[in-house]
Design a protein around this ligand. Structure first.
Ligand SMILES: Cc1ncc(COP(=O)(O)OP(=O)(O)O)c(N)n1
Ligand SMILES: Cc1ncsc1CCOP(=O)(O)O
Ligand SMILES: [Mg+2]
Length: 214
């Protein structure tokens, strides 16, 4: 079934991010992503630090088509050139990636460009001023995916909500059971890797996160 066209999709809800295990399992990658989307994920990020450029382009192309069948947004991690090559809805960049301005130049004014702000309100202010589409804070909880990411907390999220005029994404160890207070504090998107793709039933897990958004 076809759903809403991607450009009408708001930056709100579950933001599923591919795990190393599903990226390394070519038979599972698209099927697992489909389960997350069927459970209500509104954005999917292709985060693949383990494959060569050709494989990543093939996977990104398949995932983009899948997301659009579900009316969900498709975001590429780290790599504006790959996002451009597969006509993704956008890219997510962190401190070690291409600068926001370079990504914006490459992808144009309509692209969704997300920026990692870790636990820094200052970084979020700069990203907002420089034209980011959303800012991401975290990690909020222990994360096996990125154990050394700096710790963010509810107080920071509340300050950001009061001040930053952009959609806010939270990330890092999020589960359906611990993400509720972050959504209540004003987070627009809950991003998760293992909580979605490491779950025994991906679709059910995605549905549980999605319920937090009402
Ligand atoms: C939605 C979202 N938020 C934060 C990140 C982390 O990005 P980055 O700091 O560049 O780290 P890597 O993911 O590249 O290891 C993200 N990917 N997505
Ligand atoms: C990419 C990233 N950035 C900050 S924490 C994190 C890891 C998120 O993965 P998980 O949801 O498994 O903790
Ligand atoms: Mg990155």
């Amino acid at each position: 079934m076809k759903h809403l066209p991607p450009l009408s999709a708001p930056l709100r809800g579950l933001y599923a991010i591919t795990s190393e295990a599903i990226c390394r399992s070519p038979d599972r990658l698209v099927a697992a992503a489909a389960e997350a989307l069927a459970g209500g994920a509104r954005l999917l990020q292709y985060r693949d630090k383990w494959h060569d450029a050709a494989t990543r382009e093939r996977n990104a192309h398949a995932l983009r088509g899948l997301c659009h069948e579900f009316g969900a947004l498709f975001i590429v991690n780290d790599d504006p050139a790959l996002a451009e090559a597969v006509d993704a809805d956008g890219v997510h960049v962190g401190a070690a990636d291409a600068p926001l301005a370079e990504a914006r130049r490459r992808l144009g004014p309509r692209a969704i460009i997300g920026v990692s702000c870790s636990n820094s309100l200052e970084r979020a202010r700069a990203a907002a001023a420089a034209g980011a589409s959303y800012v991401a804070f975290g990690r909020f909880f222990e994360s096996g995916t990125k154990p050394d990411a700096p710790q963010a907390d509810l107080a920071l999220l509340r300050r950001a909500r009061a001040e930053i005029p952009l959609p806010i994404c939270v990330i890092g160890g999020l589960l359906p059971s611990n993400a509720g207070p972050l959504v209540q504090a004003g987070a627009d998107m809950a991003a998760a890797v293992e909580g979605v793709f490491g779950a025994p039933d991906i679709e059910t897990a995605a549905r549980e996160y999605s319920r937090l958004f009402g």
